[in-house]
Design a protein around this ligand. Structure first.
Ligand code: ADP
Ligand code: MG
Length: 700
């Protein structure tokens, strides 16, 4: 007698059930998708005890006829496809005909449904795969599926369910993801009798984002809308002050279906790479649309993973769409005054011994991903009419809205572990926060500064670099600022009240350099605004922009060195430099390699030769580590290398440089108004309006 048994229908169903429905959250997802496929406008999800005892999904969709009810719970019974050819053009969320079969075989299930065409509905009751009854029943149009005692007949699986709160969190996350992908449907989620979420269903993605992630999150977004080789990418990405410590807030949808995709995450992060602080992850809600034939969703029973016929193209479409959105987004962080006001009596009270008189402090609204304050926030706050207005006001995601103190909802984190940070760049080493001792200015340096003569081969990096910048800055400003020049040359120490020049920036806006504090921040008055500029960050960004421009356009300016600079690198680094010779020459380097030595005979103009060794070392390192990632093109790798290198070439915070250097930086910054963050994503400048200042000082 042979030993092979054909498994019974029930056993086969049980095995299949394990794949489709592994926890209550996946059952909820399947049921919601059925409601969406049925054309519902309203979907209500209710669960108790993490879904293990009770789940109900009701919709106002097309409903089912009584005779279809027993078929709905049969395996491979679906109304969505018929032939194998249909698999190439799937437009519905479901198509495998497995979900209801799976759920009904491991629970006590009731489906109450009424088709719009019929006057009477019906109810089908199934217990662990066994049909109990099918009866006529009055019902409103649409379908309600009730699932009780999930995994009642599979104790092993029931034992593996996590704590109720964890399962509930997983359900919430699934409902939110689905709600985001269908702003035209109003979703309501009730867990253990409490409403957790309700979306408007007004068709606006931003409304859905607002309901799901909260006001603060929704106010810090940039809209994305691009098309590349037939692939559409639209939705929102977070501004650089709306970033997270993990990838949990990256939601990608391929043709409306939520997916986890390394390619998509990698493309998003690459696009953000010169906008983001180290170890921070961009957030997004992005919809990628492409012909269904170009993507295979049939690789995973839960349909969470997809296969693209052209991975690189998908990468590029996301990368370029996001990059373009970032480049066209211009908004500077605002400075906030944060301490409570002292009362009038206190202000005039004598200061007691040991008590210091504190001025009100100015705090910067800088990017922060500190989420601890947000964790216990209520999920959905009632909407006021002011909130509604805010929603519409923020629709383009571009204008700088005042920072909101509302917190985003964070319990997505409760069950999703951080994805491995693979593909993220290593720890960022930067000199901005380590003020170096100020080099004493030698008479020779002063001489160089005061003549403004570029002296590319001079000794000592600082005066050389400084004078080049002075020369360039002065050339740019020559006709506008001729009278001021002499005065500043006489004394390079910043004296706020001495500087009264009005410079002209882009669009004719005038600006005045007021001074510098802590050898780090330049103060500028421009129109009705005061700007505080981080000089290192600004210089870094300016160098990066110039190198990048050189990279994409030929005819770059480079400066010949009288004596070549010898740089020693590891042999694999030398090969990396050789491999990217074309790109390096495009930005202005000229060099020859012998063994482990690179002899550099020309460098990009505006760069100090002292920075060359460091720059080449980081470029080589980046190139070495950048290869091997899907879809990452040479250009992307090289661009990343350039922004690391820009940091090495930029002037340092905490060191004193001449006022002309500061002036040059400001003038370049004003010519490039879209510079808001340094290549590592930290803010370059903050602003405070006169109106705001007047208000803080109670003048208005
Ligand atoms: P699939 O969605 O892959 O077709 P399911 O097992 O999820 O498979 O559902 C089987 C069938 O039951 C669907 O094809 C659909 O015809 C019907 N159905 C399920 N849920 C609903 C619903 N909420 N409204 C209308 N029809 C439904
Ligand atoms: Mg389905």
């Amino acid at each position: 007698m042979g030993r092979i048994n054909v498994l019974s229908f029930e056993v086969a169903n049980l095995i299949a059930a394990g794949e489709v429905v592994d926890r209550p959250a996946s059952a909820i997802k399947e049921m919601m998708e059925n409601s969406i496929d049925a054309g519902a406008h309203r979907i209500t999800v209710e669960v108790n005890n993490g879904g293990s005892t009770f789940m109900r999904v009701s919709d106002d969709g097309c409903g089912m006829e009584p005779t279809d009810l027993p078929l709905a719970i049969r395996r491979h019974a679906t109304s969505k496809i018929e032939t194998a050819a249909d698999l190439d053009g799937i437009c519905t969320l479901g198509f495998r005909g497995e979900a209801l079969a799976a759920i009904s075989s491991v629970s006590h299930l009731r489906i109450i449904s009424k088709s719009r065409e019929l006057s009477m509905g019906a109810m089908l009751e199934v217990d662990c795969g066994e049909v109990i009854e099918l009866v006529e029943q009055g019902a409103s149009d649409g379908t309600t599926v009730i699932v009780e005692d999930l995994f009642a007949n599979v104790p092993a699986r029931r034992k593996f369910l996590k704590r109720d709160v964890t399962e509930t969190a997983a359900i919430c996350a699934n409902v939110e993801r689905v709600a985001l992908s269908h702003p035209e449907i109003s979703f309501k989620l009730i867990t253990d009798g409490q409403q957790r979420l309700e979306t408007y269903g007004d068709g606006k993605l931003l409304s859905a984002v607002y309901s799901v992630f909260g006001k603060d999150f929704a106010s810090k977004l940039i809209s994305v809308d691009g098309e590349y080789e037939g692939i559409g990418v639209s939705g929102f990405v977070g501004r650089s002050d709306n970033v997270k410590g993990n990838r949990n807030y990256q939601s990608f949808y391929i043709n409306g279906r939520y997916v986890k995709s390394r390619t998509a995450s990698a493309a998003l992060e690459q696009a953000f790479s010169s906008y983001l602080p180290a170890e921070r992850f961009p957030v997004c809600v992005l919809f990628i649309s492409m012909s269904p034939a170009r993507v295979d969703v049939n690789v995973h029973p839960a349909k969470l993973e997809v296969k693209f016929s052209n991975e690189k193209l998908v990468f590029e479409s996301i990368y370029y769409a996001v990059k373009q959105a970032l480049e066209s987004n211009v908004s500077r962080p605002q400075m906030n005054v944060s301490l409570p006001r002292p009362s009038v009596t206190n202000a005039f009270a004598p200061v007691e011994r040991g008590q210091s008189l504190k001025a009100r402090q100015i705090s910067m609204d800088v990017p922060t991903a500190n989420r601890s304050e947000a964790v216990s926030a209520p999920r959905s706050e009632p909407r006021s009419s002011a909130d509604e207005k805010f929603l519409h006001y923020r629709v383009d995601g571009n204008s700088a809205a005042p920072a909101q103190r509302m917190s985003a909802k964070d319990y997505l984190d409760m069950y999703v572990n951080d994805l491995k940070k693979a593909g993220n760049s290593g720890p960022y080493s930067d000199s901005i926060d380590t003020p170096a001792p100020q080099p004493p200015a030698t008479p020779a340096e002063k001489a160089v500064e005061s003549t403004g003569t570029p002296a590319g081969t001079g000794e000592g990096g600082l005066p050389v670099r400084v004078s080049e910048h002075v020369a360039q800055g002065l050339a740019a400003l020559a006709d506008k600022d001729a009278g001021e020049k002499g005065a500043h040359e006489a004394d390079s120490t910043m004296q706020a009240q001495d500087v009264q020049a009005q410079d002209v920036g882009v669009g004719g806006a005038t600006w005045r350099l007021v001074g510098e504090v802590f050898n780090s921040y330049i103060i500028v008055e421009s129109g009705e605004k005061m700007l505080l500029i981080d000089k290192h960050a600004a210089h870094e960004r300016i160098i990066f922009e110039e190198l990048k421009a050189g990279m994409y356009a030929s005819g770059v300016q480079s400066q010949l060195l009288l004596l070549p600079v010898e740089v020693m690198l590891m042999s694999d680094e030398v090969s990396a430099i050789e491999e990217y010779r074309g790109e390096l020459e495009a930005v202005g380097f000229e060099f020859s390699c012998t063994g482990n030595f690179i002899s550099v005979s020309a460098i990009p103009s505006g760069i100090s030769q002292d920075a060359v060794a460091d720059m080449l070392a980081v470029i080589a390192d980046r190139i070495k580590n950048g290869t091997g990632n899907v879809g990452v093109t040479r250009n992307i790798i090289f661009e990343k290398a350039l922004y690391q290198a820009s940091c090495k070439a930029a002037i340092k915070a905490g060191r004193e440089y001449s006022e002309e250097d500061n002036r040059w930086i400001v003038s370049r910054l004003m010519e490039l108004p879209d510079i808001t963050v340094c290549p590592h994503g930290r803010p370059v400048a903050m602003e405070m309006s006169k109106r705001n200042m007047d208000r803080q000082f109670e003048r208005t």
